[in-house]
Design a protein around this ligand. Structure first.
Ligand SMILES: Cc1cc2nc3c(=O)[nH]c(=O)nc-3n(C[C@H](O)[C@H](O)[C@H](O)COP(=O)(O)OP(=O)(O)OC[C@H]3O[C@@H](n4cnc5c(N)ncnc54)[C@H](O)[C@@H]3O)c2cc1C
Length: 390
């Protein structure tokens, strides 16, 4: 029924991502933590990523992208995250912001928004603005029908005027395109909901200070503030009332991506810790020869593979429009992200104090893994949605 084998083309993309991560990202890995506020390093990484066509991987060649299929995109995400989860998150989140445009834009909008986002000559990132100070998980909760959104759009002649504050969006401040979840009136719930694209240079758009976080310093998160931001009506995706539906489809296409970032991070930590435990001698023999440690590695290897297979199944189900695709995507978010937290923490454990040291890479994987359990729908919410779908 399922065929998860990578085609030759997919393997080439995977190989390209692996080489990029090893050559352009890995040598910088111990510098990102100190660069969380200055963000001097990421531009050079993103420039290389753009040149290789990663930004437009999800975009149709008609608009200058590569048009890779879902499984190829997942394979690329795993390779990036196996070296650095934060870099995978920044690139993955630009794809996340592209999704509503790919789903709901008309031909003129696709040409206008997707072509620059797919550019290889300059870095144009997308930023999806959902979360607000008073409402995070609720905005992604299909049952809430966007009734907690406080970012308001009002009609004014040929334009809309936007007012509101978003918090935490990835790529905030550096992105060229802001894909904003808004409403004409929260009381109308989904009937007033909408998604509108705001270009970076629009007057009234500003940004708060960069948030200092436990992990993922490569990702720039800050408030995105809209004060009477005027945008033409033809920046609206679909029509007023479509926001809820477009967002839910977008989320289904992206939850598995959070799962694959987690698979990559877990694999990266696992591979390092395994090598370490083959070399490190304790009690007269290499750590890996101790049966408890060996069993831990067997368990970790099994769970990483199980998580990857859930992601591939979800990707397949989206392609064939399987009726269970939303549940499969939710499952491919919850299990892999919980798995990555467990595996990365175990990798720190088996390496002892060296695992806890910033001189070794595994503690970063553990810090980075935590947020993926929270964003794109906290796991408790997503578990609840899986339960209800049963
Ligand atoms: C690195 C990073 C990147 C991010 N990127 C983006 C982005 O690109 N765009 C964007 O809009 N936002 C982004 N966010 C924000 C993130 O998506 C939200 O923080 C997340 O949705 C949770 O919202 P909240 O923090 O307001 O928590 P709350 O909604 O207050 O939830 C707090 C906790 O309550 C529990 N909970 C919530 N709802 C339920 C429920 N229904 N049932 C049971 N338990 C529940 C969960 O344990 C949850 O963690 C990012 C955040 C970070 C740190």
């Amino acid at each position: 029924m399922y065929n998860f084998q990578l085609s030759e083309e997919r393997r080439q993309f995977q190989e390209m991502a692996r080489k990029f991560a090893e050559k352009e990202v890995k040598p910088l890995n111990d510098k990102f933590d100190d660069d969380w506020e200055t963000h001097r390093i990421m531009p050079q990484v993103l420039k290389k990523a753009a040149e290789l066509g990663f930004m437009g991987l999800t975009i149709d060649p008609k608009y200058g992208g590569t048009g890779a299929d879902g499984m190829t995109i997942m394979a690329v995400l795993e390779e990036l995250a196996a070296v650095n989860g934060g870099v995978a998150c920044v690139i993955g989140d630009t794809w996340f912001a592209q999704t509503p445009i790919i789903i709901a834009a008309n031909e003129e909008q696709r040409e206008r928004f997707l072509r620059p986002l797919a550019s290889r000559d300059e870095v144009n990132l997308g930023c999806i603005c959902m979360t607000e100070p008073a409402s995070g998980a609720d905005i992604e909760d299909s049952r809430m029908r966007l009734r907690t959104v406080k970012t308001i759009i009002k009609e004014d002649g040929d334009d809309y005027i936007i007012n509101g504050v978003k918090i935490w969006p990835s790529n905030a401040g550096i992105a060229s395109h802001y894909v904003v979840i808004a409403t004409t009136d929260p009381k109308l719930e989904d009937k007033g909901s909408c998604i509108i694209v705001v270009e970076k240079d629009r007057p009234g758009l500003s940004f708060g200070k960069i948030e200092r976080k436990m992990g993922m310093p490569e990702d720039q998160n800050r408030e995105v503030i809209f004060e009477d931001v005027r945008v033409p009506k033809n920046n609206l995706l679909g029509k007023i009332g479509d926001g809820h539906k477009i967002l839910q489809t977008t989320v289904a296409y992206n939850r598995l991506g959070a799962g694959m970032i987690s698979v990559g991070m877990a694999r990266g930590a696992f591979e390092y810790a395994l090598k370490y435990c083959k070399d490190r001698v304790v009690g007269g023999k290499p750590l890996i020869k101790h049966s408890l440690i060996s069993a831990m590695f067997a368990d970790m290897a099994t769970k990483i593979d199980a998580a990857r297979l859930l992601v591939y199944r979800a990707s397949w189900s989206l392609r064939v429009r399987d009726p269970n695709r939303a549940r499969y995507s939710d499952m491919a978010k919850v299990f892999p992200t919980n798995m990555a937290m467990e595996v990365t923490s175990n990798c720190v454990q088996v390496m002892g104090s060296y695992g806890y040291s910033k001189e070794y890479p595994v503690e970063k994987y553990m810090r980075d893994a935590k947020i993926v359990q929270i964003y794109l729908g906290p796991n408790e919410l997503v578990q609840q949605l899986i339960g209800e779908s049963l």
